[in-house]
Design a protein around this ligand. Structure first.
Ligand code: A3P
Length: 313
């Protein structure tokens, strides 16, 4: 067998109740201690909730629809806080000493600390593991959270793990991992509710993937208002077009094709496909057995009871 670096679920620990790669031990405290700037803009989510979509919308609005600037890879202009702890390339670098990896891969926290303002930062961490200064309300930094219903998130995570993490099992077994909170960055409902419970904080905007699918223009307007930007009606239309599934799927700055190519070249993973697999609402339920639909429904019902949060799909 070829040795794939990202063998599924190898070496995970629990950090404050959250499933994280072992390398997180080296990064967790550095993340908590990070300096936060008033003009930081964070996009947070549980994995596969439409994070990149939300990042692209946020970045374009905050940068006055600078589509030229948006041609830079999203990993550089909107780096991922846990990039280094999640994708450990140490083995790869040992085997390929000449390999030059960008700082946002080898030390994403240093890369972010050194970015010029305003910074755009993506994180999948639950609220409780975010930098202390971001949570203690001592700065004006903004957070946009995007949530997606559990069934679609699970299906999307399944595709992702097959494509990028070396998962070789079937969807049914993956549903078991998802609903038992065994996957990286789980528990899912703690992630969603941790942010939902902060929704009264005016520095946080809580969005839902399903709302973006249903009425992207309205979400663009809400986000613009939150970021203190005025958009003309025709600018909203241009942005809506830029953010369409078709347009983003062929946009190399946001579709992660370069990551997939890199992984194939270096035998990290070798499955064909796109991280933008369907971009729809409701497919998770269609793909699940009736038993799992029931398990998800009951799980959601119990987890969201009395929270005031509802997913419409
Ligand atoms: P699917 O796997 O269901 O297709 P994340 O960025 O958090 O990893 O989320 C990825 C999911 O968001 C994928 O879902 C992807 O297709 C979807 N997505 C990305 N861009 C989108 C867009 N413009 N419209 C709808 N869905 C989008």
């Amino acid at each position: 067998d070829k040795c794939y670096v990202n063998n599924f679920r190898r070496g995970f620990i629990k950090a404050n109740g959250v499933v994280m790669p072992v390398y997180f031990k080296k990064f967790g405290q550095r993340i908590l201690d990070m300096d936060i700037r008033d003009d930081d803009i964070w996009v947070c989510s549980y994995p596969k909730s439409g994070t990149t979509w939300t990042q692209e919308m946020t970045w374009c609005i905050a940068n006055d629809l600078d589509f030229e600037g948006a041609k830079q890879d999203v990993l550089e202009r909107f780096p991922y806080l846990e990039h280094s702890p999640l994708f450990h390339y140490e083995k790869l670098m040992q085997e390929n000493p000449d390999l030059k990896l960008p700082l946002y891969v080898t030390d994403s926290i240093k890369f972010i600390n050194e970015l010029k303002s305003p910074r755009f930062i993506k994180s999948h961490l639950p609220y409780k593991l975010l930098p202390t200064k971001l949570r203690d309300r001592s700065t004006k930094a903004k957070i946009i959270y995007v949530a997606r219903n559990a069934k679609d998130t699970c299906l999307s995570y399944f595709h992702h793990c097959r494509l990028l993490e070396g998962y070789t099992g079937n969807f049914e077994d993956f549903c078991k991992l998802f609903t038992s909170d065994s996957l990286c960055l789980s528990p899912y409902f703690d992630n969603v509710l941790g942010y939902w419970n902060q929704r009264d904080d005016s520095r946080l905007l809580f969005l839902k993937y399903e709302e973006m699918k249903q009425d992207l223009r309205a979400v663009i307007r809400r986000t613009a208002k939150f970021l203190g930007k005025d958009l003309l009606d025709d600018q909203v239309l241009v942005l809506e077009d830029h953010l369409s599934f078709e347009s983003m799927k062929k946009n190399r700055a946001v579709n992660f094709e370069s990551v997939l190519e890199f992984n194939k070249t270096h035998n990290i993973t070798n499955v064909d496909g796109s991280v933008m697999s369907s971009g729809t609402v409701g497919r998770g339920k269609q793909k699940m057995s009736p038993e799992f639909v029931k398990i998800f429904d009951e799980w959601e019902e119990t987890s969201l009871r009395n929270s005031g949060l509802k997913f419409c799909y």
